[in-house]
Ligand binder design. Sequence first.
Ligand SMILES: *[C@@H]1O[C@H](CO)[C@@H](O)[C@H](O)[C@H]1NC(C)=O
Length: 303
Amino acid sequence: MTSKYSTRYGDSEYVSTPEKNGCYLSKTTFCIICVVFIALLVGVALIFYFGPEETPSDCDVAVCVAPFPAVPGEPVEEEEPSFTGRLPESLKPYHYNLVVRVFLDEEDGDAQFTFDGNVTISITCVETTNVITLHAFDIEVDPLETLITDMQGTEIGISSQTIDELHEFYIIELKTSLKAGEEYSAYLTFEGILGRELHGLYRSSYNDPETKWLVASQFQATGARKMFPCFDEPNMKATFDMVIVHRDTRNALWNMPLVKTVPTYDNWLESHFETSVIMPTYLLAVVVSDFPYLEIVREDGLV
Ligand SMILES: *[C@@H]1O[C@H](CO)[C@@H](O)[C@H](O)[C@H]1NC(C)=O
């Protein structure tokens, strides 16, 4: 469409050149040329304004919002601001209890190079709503495990859980509304792949001389949602309690100092860390490696 249009635009310019060069044109011809030229300009402007936007190729049809029907000559509503993936302002997280387990070894079988875990998010409801919208991307959330409760522990029924891939949202619709001023708890489980892309939670290796694997993270700017469902926006700060589950041949690092390691099953350990200061999700950092003591967590939380 664009190329067709620019050809036509070029033609119309060409048509109007004779007058610039002072060639004689009858009044009628001149008027016709003017009208045609203006009509083309208007047409072009209309096409530019109301023409359908290019649909992203990876757009999941099921979650795509139908484009606003273009009615020529009528004002078209602005694109929804939520297109940028901004979360509603109705809910604010204030604390996360996060558990993540990493599988790096051949003994892990099919689970090698994956991670799983769970998160309990404590939420303040600012505005009454029956929808909890979280960020999640490239991870699997088990809908059967999701549990929403009020602070008395009473379960709040869930009517649907949907993935909006375009906006990187995990949307939980509730049977009853959360009330403004009340606090709630959202428990979700997640699992994902430890890829080699340096984003989210990923795996890396070095030779010593045989290949050794480690886990690291890069959550800036939107990588946290690739590890766990969360309110992944810089202004949605919270405190974090973290437990990293790993083989006892490795050490885990987190933004905060280690409090204790607890043996779980076989040769696995749970590393528990101090509760963090209030911080945004993108500053969280995880490392699981063979290095005995690697205290290079910077003040801003980056490792
Ligand atoms: C989260 O996972 C850990 C480790 O598997 C488990 O011990 C804990 O019970 C889970 N949390 C909940 C609330 O089920």
